[in-house]
Ligand binder design. Sequence first.
Ligand code: NDP
Length: 282
Amino acid sequence: MTLIDGKKTAAEIRLELKGRATAFEEKNGRRIGLAVVCIGDDPASKVYIRNKVRACEEVGIASFVHALPAETTEAEAETLLETLAADGAVDGILLQLPLPAHFDEEKLLAKIPKEKDVDGFSAQNIGEIALHRNGTAACTPRGVMELLRRYHVEICGKHAVVVGRSNIVGRPMALLLLNADATVTVCHSRTQDLKGICAGADILVSAVGKPKLITADMVKEGAVVIDVGMNRDGEGKLCGDVDFESVKEKASLITPVPGGVGPMTVAMLLSNTVDAAERRSK
Ligand code: NDP
């Protein structure tokens, strides 16, 4: 078994991006800019934003954080997003989810122009990916594809099973694997015979949010196992969806949690931002 080291890979990617961000600044006389809009006081969101801002600093991307109170109206949020959409110093806009209950998430996401949607959550970008065109892919599934690429995993013609079908992970993950010529099966909470389907996977990606959902008897000998799940076990320790200790004996390659897919998500946000800036400057 080989461990897929997401932490090391993400650090390598940040270094590559730093070079591109420096070259951009020299050519354009300004730093690449990422605007982060956060509404309300979700404590987890605050931690995520802190991490993203720190990662931006490391790479040389300017971050502009707009922290709005929970009582912000939809009209006020829309106005801010319109201003950022028109702002030449802003290459990417990130709307931190979840939003307070009185917001229509889709309506606000639609205010972010496709070119600045570095999270890849807009209907337009998801549509581009679904049509196998050049859209911006959501960061977590893109991070998984990057890990597969950098660990030389052959995807073409392989049976990939994705467990989970959320709009931010499972669904775009399945589309990206399909675009890379895998034969893709998507499983969800209504799937019958999850075990049998997973056991046929050459590449198994779990994005559910349930500790130990994927056990060794669900994994084919030599399969590549990617664990997107981020959960807390009974002792409060961070863990994924995969029963790592038993599954690692059967997998040829496996991601740990923490240190697997997680660090790649932020690296891909930076990468999407650098891509967006370079596209705009052309
Ligand atoms: P959601 O809750 O939105 O989606 C979970 C999916 O799992 C749904 O499609 C659901 O099916 C499916 N599911 C639930 N129970 C089962 C089951 N018993 N068998 C098969 N499928 C099941 O979660 P997210 O997609 O947002 O996140 C998934 C996990 O990934 C979470 O642990 C989250 O914390 C983690 N995550 C990690 C990231 C990272 O950077 N590493 C980034 C984003 C998420 P149905 O559609 O039928 O309800």
